[in-house]
Design a protein around this ligand. Structure first.
Ligand code: G7M
Length: 376
């Protein structure tokens, strides 16, 4: 049964973040220093779910500056190294020291993202655990992926609000209004907007009929070239970044099926830049120059998370979670499917947490960092 499509009527609700009540932790990523929480705002509703994501901000190089004393023209900037720094010594051993320090309030902010009310699909997205690679042929796209994404996808209201200048208008970095080749460039939700070192912008095209990479063909080359060149020019003008230091790419599968390009500096490992998910804009343009219907003919790999309904639909078509044990004993191999965790088939009744727990228990003990990466 298709999942319900998110309500299109939800308008930006107001809530008091300090009144959030936790139900459970969805993910805790010690590498990214982020935690995703499921809960409610009981003063608004006991039943509507809220997702709150906290992520520690990246360091700004200017915040560790110590040399410039404040002047009238450039007043005191926040710095770690001033009298407000609270220092608790853990130990000092010979030339090595270990401390817990609490910097001044200005430097303690935590980036917070709230989704409210959150749908089951949001909860699924933020509860990711095991991941599987799918090789999507054009036939599989038509047969499985496309019908699924048409019946069940995140609402695009936020995208249309941006394109119609109803929300985030003041955040627009650049706009080309041409309905065929134009787009809006603005900061991604994930960027704190302060630190150019981890700049993260989105280029959202004005055209409404391009769901994803799969729909691109030779007729979109002018749009893609404009997206590439005008974004680079605008970013270099606004942020002083060298265009040759920018990474521009599409996600496949994206979360939101309205074409948008992700842009961030190559020296920064932005979230979601994995090779199994990202397609460089340069490569996409080149593929279309060589073969205008490349993306209607290509097999495109992508990743599905445990808990995603699309994974079950693919599993009906071909074994994804279940693989055969590689053994010398042919008979055994034919009879006995693997029971190792990563390939085990779970019944639908089992809850997602239980599935994740079983996977963890049956997998050889990973080091903490590896375990976090696996579920990030
Ligand atoms: O995976 P996909 O290519 O669909 O990525 C969508 C991007 O849109 C992500 O990087 C999100 O952080 C970003 N994003 C999602 N929402 C709901 C918003 C929003 O409301 N405003 C902005 N500026 N970016 C968003």
């Amino acid at each position: 049964m298709p999942e319900p499509v998110e309500s299109a009527e939800v308008k930006s609700p107001s809530y008091d973040l300090s009144k959030f009540r936790l139900k459970r932790i969805l993910t805790n990523n010690s590498v990214r220093k982020s935690i995703s929480l499921l809960g409610t705002f009981p003063d608004l509703s006991e039943t509507d779910d809220a997702i709150v994501v906290f992520e520690k901000n990246a360091y700004r190089e200017s915040d560790v500056a110590t040399a410039e004393p404040p002047t009238k023209e450039s007043p005191k900037k926040p710095s770690y190294f001033n009298a407000e720094l609270k220092v608790a010594t853990e130990f000092i051993n010979n030339i090595y020291g270990s401390f817990q320090v609490v910097p001044s309030r200005d430097l303690c902010a935590v980036k917070s993202t709230v989704i409210y009310p959150a749908t089951d699909k949001h909860i699924e997205k933020y509860s990711v655990c095991q991941k599987y690679l799918i090789r999507e042929t054009p036939d599989l796209y038509q047969k499985i992926t496309k019908p699924y994404l048409t019946s069940s996808q995140f609402s695009l209201d936020w995208v249309y609000n941006i394109l119609d200048h109803k929300q985030e208008k003041e955040r627009i970095v650049f706009e080309d209004e041409d309905p065929e080749t134009g787009f809006i460039l603005l900061p991604d939700l994930k960027w704190d907007g302060r630190n150019v070192e981890n700049l993260y912008l989105l280029g959202i095209v004005h055209k409404h009929d391009i769901k994803s990479l799969r729909d691109l063909n030779g007729s979109h080359l002018d749009l893609l070239r404009n997206l590439r060149q005008s974004s680079k020019d605008a970013i270099s003008k606004r942020y002083g970044l060298n265009p040759n230091q920018l990474r521009m790419y599409f996600h496949y599968q994206p979360s939101f099926y309205h074409l948008h390009v992700h842009i961030n500096p190559v020296k920064n490992d932005a979230p979601g830049i994995w090779c199994e998910k990202s397609h460089m804009l340069d490569t996409v343009i080149n593929n279309l120059e060589l073969l205008p219907d490349y993306y209607q003919r290509a097999t495109l790999p992508f990743v599905l998370y445990e808990g995603n309904k699309l994974l079950d639909l693919y599993e009906e078509e071909q074994p994804i979670r279940k693989v055969l044990v590689l053994s010398d004993d042919k008979e055994q191999r034919e009879k006995k499917p693997s029971t190792t965790a990563a390939t085990e088939v779970f019944s639908d009744e089992e809850s997602e947490e239980r599935q994740c727990k079983r996977i963890k228990l049956a997998t050889p003990e990973p080091k903490e960092a590896e375990a976090v990466k696996a579920c990030a």
